[in-house]
Design a protein around this ligand. Structure first.
Ligand SMILES: [Zn+2]
Length: 286
């Protein structure tokens, strides 16, 4: 893939943004050609203030992303990015209206109405990323999310421990779950979960321990070989500053992905995510 940089209009940018975009230019020149789908991007209200949609789309393109799964608090950020680049953005519906609701949302029944309304209005590939742990996954609001995902045939992006994931699959064994950060669980637990639940996939956001110096650690390599269709790349731009790392993260991911055999490399880089997005979006009426 050739990388043709459009000259940036820098004159109207503030100094921190200016250095950011200069860094982006430098980074993108060294970016390699392996396409990546980043399954863990957020574009929340404090981010779109800092980085308007066209600039955010440019960051994703400069990172060499084929697609980005995007969710935001509120959903407005996702819609703004989707309108700016419908071919690049895979919209995911977050049940949060603003930052700071991650430990309260599942007790707020008005969230159900909000999601029903959004799902009727817009196209989404999934619901998430939401935070739910242990028995809280059996509360009524979470149960409603599982039902809505089944109704719309879309996936759930769950930032959860293994127990919560078990609870979600107990509610709907046919649910498709993308397990954010691979649950921050140990490889043995991830192994056990992937063996138990064929519809469980995982993202690698913030699991930096799986790879170093361009190679994959042996316990993770075993997992990747055992479940070649179940792992995906994720950066997690949970705060505005994280957008500064999207390009670096893609380059760092290419480093260790390049140490894998081709089929496994392209599966984890983008094919697994592409399969999940295609499954979800082809079932939508739009
Ligand atoms: Zn996240």
């Amino acid at each position: 893939m050739g990388r043709f940089m459009k000259p940036l209009t820098l004159s109207r940018l503030s100094t921190p943004l200016l250095s950011f975009f200069l860094l982006m230019q430098t980074q993108s020149l060294i970016a390699e050609s392996l396409p990546i789908i980043d399954t863990h991007i957020h574009y929340s209200h404090d981010t779109w203030d800092m980085l308007p949609p066209e600039k955010a789309v440019q960051v994703l393109k400069d990172a060499g992303l084929k697609k980005a799964f995007v969710s935001s608090s509120s959903d407005k950020g996702t819609q703004l990015l989707y309108q700016a680049a419908p071919d690049l953005i895979v919209p995911v519906l977050r049940p949060y209206r603003k930052r700071g609701e991650l430990s309260t949302w599942f007790k707020d029944e008005t969230v159900i109405d909000l999601l029903e309304q959004k799902l009727a209005q817009n196209t989404y590939a999934g619901i998430g990323e939401f935070h739910i742990f242990g028995d809280d996954a059996n509360l009524p609001v979470m149960r409603a999310l599982v039902r809505l995902a089944a109704q719309y045939k879309i996936f759930l992006h769950a930032h959860s421990d293994a127990e919560a994931v078990r609870n979600l699959f107990a509610q709907d064994p046919n649910a498709r779950i993308l397990w954010a950060h691979s649950g921050f669980e140990r490889p043995e637990v991830i192994d056990e979960m992937l063996a138990s639940y064929p519809n469980l996939s995982t993202d690698l956001a913030f699991r930096y321990e799986h790879a170093s110096n361009g190679t994959v650690e042996q316990d993770w390599l075993n997992l990747f070989n055992k479940y070649p269709l179940r792992f995906m790349i994720g950066t997690d731009t949970y705060a505005p500053e994280r957008w500064y790392y999207v390009i670096d993260h893609a380059d760092w991911s290419r480093d260790w992905l390049n140490s894998l055999p081709e089929t496994l490399r392209t599966n984890i880089a983008y094919k697994n995510a592409h399969a999940l997005a295609s499954w979800a979006l082809k079932n939508k009426d739009y």
